[in-house]
Design a protein around this ligand. Structure first.
Ligand SMILES: C[S@@+](CC[C@H](N)C(=O)[O-])C[C@H]1O[C@@H](n2cnc3c(N)ncnc32)[C@H](O)[C@@H]1O
Length: 433
């Protein structure tokens, strides 16, 4: 397919997403099935255009003065791909399979490409109803934080120290030119260009042999900040597919006991293969039962309970750009309620002097600082571990990290703009009796 035909296809897919209110991945799949002549390179390039347009949907529409799928894609080419008006006009030449030629009005908007005066939710590309929440979290910085959350994410890998060191894994993946991550001692980062297909990391020997796992640097740091140590009794209460569990197992060097559970057994399913590949020897998966509790015997025995809480996922919008436009206010309320229930349940598993690591991949204070304050209001005998001490887990990098991230009394907030990671919040609470 020509570059112009790919742009036409992206406009068609955005149209299907908007008209049929479908997730982007679904609409792209249907388009691929209906256009079997398109090769994998074409499909990847079209997906790249579609996701970039969704990232910058509000600002692209503002720039073009229109909200049509065509306007959103053209505005994105200007904003995200840095094409000037002439380059866009070349793609839109009206030839067979190419988009129709630019109108005078479109040319004018592309030439001016001005976002000054745009409201924060437009410049920051997030839903308008979230503006008060973004304002509460970021104040005047909210447009810049939103814009960073709308940017493309790199591919981050966590090196499994049960198998080898970071340098060894980097050498195994030399073709992909990974860099060591700035903060995480275990991270490798692969930067992808806009047109590039994601490398098939799951087919790499380094992956198949368990040397690396795919995990955003922010998620790696969230696990690191829990301070899990060899010999401890640790419960990962919302383990899902096991991203944090695997990092905890490596931190514990297979010593002590690590229990992983989740209230949804389907989400937990991939953890078995992942643990096997990792070589971890101290992890037990407790699959939920329909009657009774699978973890009652752990009550009062844990040194650490890690809660990687169900949340709005606002911090992970870089990886899921259409989710932000589908998010509804009811979802925030629901997550806040679930988080409070999980926190209240978690404390029953902690032994005297033990701790809870509360983690979200959200940037909204309701799910983060406010949730922790509310927990402390409901339960006596708990104290916050000062975030500066928590960040101390980074050793010599702790000072710079503490300047980059947002350290509030309740916990540490990372964002793409502050730390160049996904958005994560981590709070460490200690039982004081
Ligand atoms: C953010 S995800 C976990 C991601 C996972 N820890 C990782 O690092 O890959 C949140 C998880 O919480 C689970 N969850 C939701 N409500 C729960 C509850 N009441 N108890 C335990 N797990 C719950 C969800 O099924 C989901 O898998």
């Amino acid at each position: 397919m020509t570059p112009a035909a790919r742009v036409s296809a992206a406009i068609e897919v955005i149209d299907a997403i908007e008209r049929e209110r479908r997730p982007a991945a679904d609409a792209l799949k249907s388009w691929g099935l209906a256009h079997r002549f398109a090769g994998s390179g074409d499909r990847a390039a079209i997906a790249g255009l579609v996701y970039d347009a969704l990232r910058r949907r509000a600002s692209s529409a503002h720039l073009m003065g229109a909200e049509t799928p065509r306007a959103i894609v053209l505005g994105m080419l200007r904003r995200e791909r840095d094409h000037d008006t002439d380059a866009i006009a070349k793609l839109c030449d009206g030839a067979r399979f190419a988009p129709a030629p630019l109108t005078e009005d479109e040319r004018k908007h592309l030439d001016v490409a001005d976002l000054s005066g745009a409201p924060a939710h437009v410049a920051g590309d997030y839903p308008e109803w979230l503006d008060p929440y973004f304002n509460a979290s970021f104040g005047d910085e909210r447009a810049a934080e939103g814009a960073a959350l709308a940017s493309r994410a790199p591919l981050d890998l966590r090196v499994n120290t049960l198998k080898g060191e970071r340098d060894e894994a980097a050498a195994m993946l030399a073709d992909l030119k990974p860099d060591a991550t700035r903060w995480s001692p275990w991270g490798l980062r692969i930067r992808l260009s806009a047109e590039a297909k994601s490398p098939p990391i799951h087919a790499e020997p380094a992956f198949l042999k368990g040397f690396v796992e795919v995990q955003d640097e922010g998620s790696q740091l969230a696990a690191l900040f829990s301070g899990a140590k060899p010999g401890e009794q640790v419960l990962d209460l919302c383990a899902g597919a096991g991203g944090k569990t695997l990092a905890l197992a490596a931190m514990m060097q297979s010593k002590g006991q690590l229990f992983a559970t989740d209230d949804d057994k389907r989400r937990l399913a991939p953890i078995h293969d992942r643990l096997k590949r990792s070589g971890a020897r101290n992890a037990q998966v407790r699959t939920p039962k329909s009657i009774g509790s699978e973890i009652d015997d752990l009550k009062g025995h844990m040194d650490l309970v890690l809660i990687d809480a169900p949340c709005t996922g606002t911090g992970a919008w870089r990886r899921n750009p259409d989710a932000k436009w589908r998010m509804r206010p009811g979802a925030l309320e629901q997550r806040v309620k679930e988080q409070a229930e999980i926190l209240d349940r978690a404390l029953t598993f902690v032994k005297p002097g033990g701790r809870i690591a509360y983690i979200t991949c959200s940037v909204l204070d309701q799910e983060n600082g406010a949730q922790v304050r509310s927990f402390l209001g409901r339960h006596g005998g708990w104290a916050l571990v000062p975030p500066v001490d928590v960040a101390g887990a980074l050793g010599e990098r702790a000072f710079m990290f503490s300047k980059a991230a947002r350290l509030a009394p309740e916990g540490i907030l990372m964002t793409p703009r502050l730390t160049d990671t996904d958005g994560f919040f981590v709070s460490l609470l200690r039982h004081t009796g």
